[in-house]
Design a protein. Structure first.
Length: 441
């Protein structure tokens, strides 16, 4: 990693550092696809409905603390632009402590979480028991999964996307393999899916924390780590402001995905199961497109740390062009492979049949959504988190109101139309705030 290469604004460099993220992001939806496929091939659709609700809630909770990755990326990349390696280490340590503490808090809140799921979701008693069984195990992975966010953010911020991608791939592939073993070989059903995640998470954290120690070992000798330095008031205040804005923004974003699950459950368990299948397509596309967004985060932060507006503008233009092109390719592939993918996710014939009626949404959403994904990367790298927060609040409020109206008219199609409009609103609001980033130069 040399100075001449770091922070390059060319499309080729953006694509190069995005390649490892492409592969790691392919592994992320693989977990959802594997869990959905495993539950979809069991004896009842209740398993599919249960895994949908349980993973949606757990995902909402964990993703609500996505600031642990995003805040780490923005601060580390800007410190890298200033060549301040001592601050990089301190940012990493501060966020590790925060991640572990939040993970423990989530575990202590297990029973309120289970109560709220039962209160809000309209399911049968059998489905609720399956949901409880999954969460009773999965929730203990919270400290490890949140630490993974910090580790991923560190290496993205350092432009070491290959290491960040290796971490995510190791966790996700280990999760998928272990889930298959526990569910298929040991017949543990939904308990096995949760157990696979928790074992993979802690193994991944231990390995990559050791790697991080050896990476920084020489620099640790040159820095004095005391409580006063680690818990510096000014640094913690800035970290708190950035993290809190992203926390609020992420809660609203993850709530929007949970809202799709909630509305599907109101329409009936068949629609809930269909939307679970369709959402796998959306998540698969988003993780591919997020590869550019993740690369954009670190390059934008680096360009701001170096004070180069020209570099910043080139990075922004290249990221949008690459993302839109990739999204169109994804939509074309979905058009030709939709039926084949659905057949792998469930062997329930009427779910396969009904899913085809919603193929149009799966094709048109990726190119439109690609814009807001890239805006997210730009604003995270620039640490303009209050604008991200405000834009997301506006977009989610619009999504909720539009979905209530459109579902009443068009049913489940109305839900997917409102979801598409939600993606449009995210881009519109962030485009409005874009001018604020330029004030940093």
């Amino acid at each position: 990693m040399t100075v001449s290469v770091l922070g390059s604004t060319s499309k080729s460099y953006l694509f190069k550092i995005s390649i490892p993220i492409f592969f790691s992001n392919l592994a992320i939806p693989l977990v959802g696809l594997v869990d959905t496929g495993l539950m979809g091939h069991l004896s009842s659709e209740r398993y599919l409905a249960a895994i949908s609700i349980a993973t949606s809630v757990i995902t909402m909770i964990f993703w609500s603390f996505g600031f642990l990755r995003m805040g780490t990326v923005s601060l580390v990349s800007q410190s890298l632009g200033k060549r301040d390696y001592n601050e990089i280490i301190l940012i990493f340590i501060r966020n590790l402590i925060i991640a572990f503490a939040i993970g423990l808090l989530i575990i202590f809140l297990k029973y309120p979480i289970l109560f709220l799921i039962e209160f809000f979701f309209q399911t049968t008693n059998e489905t609720q028991l399956l949901i409880n069984e999954y969460i009773n195990v999965r929730i203990f992975s919270a400290p490890a999964e949140l630490i993974i966010y910090v580790l991923a953010g560190l290496y993205l911020g350092l432009q070491k996307t290959n290491v960040s991608s290796l971490l995510i791939s190791f966790f996700c592939l280990g999760n998928a393999i272990l889930s298959v073993i526990f569910v298929v070989n040991y017949n543990l059903e939904i308990f096995g899916a949760a157990l696979g995640t928790i074992v993979a998470a802690y193994i991944s954290v231990l390995i990559f924390l050791f790697y991080s120690y050896f990476l920084f070992r020489n620099k640790l000798k040159k820095i004095t780590l005391t409580k006063k330095i680690i818990f510096n008031q000014d640094k913690l205040f800035r970290l708190f402001n950035i993290n809190f804005d992203i926390f609020i923004r992420t809660i609203f974003l993850t709530f929007s995905f949970l809202w799709v699950t909630y509305q599907g459950s109101k329409l009936g368990e068949d629609y809930l199961a269909i939307n679970t299948i369709l959402m796998q397509f959306i998540m698969l596309a988003s993780f591919f497109l997020d590869a550019y967004a993740f690369s954009t985060e670190t390059l934008v932060g680096y360009s701001i740390g170096r004070g180069s507006e020209k570099s910043f503008r080139q990075i922004v233009n290249n990221s949008f062009q690459l993302s839109i092109f990739t999204a169109i390719v994804i939509s074309v592939l979905y058009f030709f492979l939709f039926n084949e993918i659905v057949e792998q996710l469930t062997n329930i014939d009427y779910l396969r049949f009904l899913s085809v009626n919603y193929m149009l949404w799966i094709i048109i959403i990726p190119p439109i959504a690609s814009l807001c994904y890239q805006f997210d990367g730009i604003f995270i790298g620039a640490a303009q988190t209050s604008e991200m927060r405000n834009g997301m609040i506006i977009s989610v409020a619009f999504f909720i109101l539009s979905s209530e109206v459109l579902i009443a008219i068009y049913g489940n199609h109305g839900l997917w139309l409102s979801f598409l409009l939600f993606m449009v609103m995210r881009s519109v609001t962030l485009n409005y705030y874009f001018k604020n980033i330029l004030k940093q130069f």
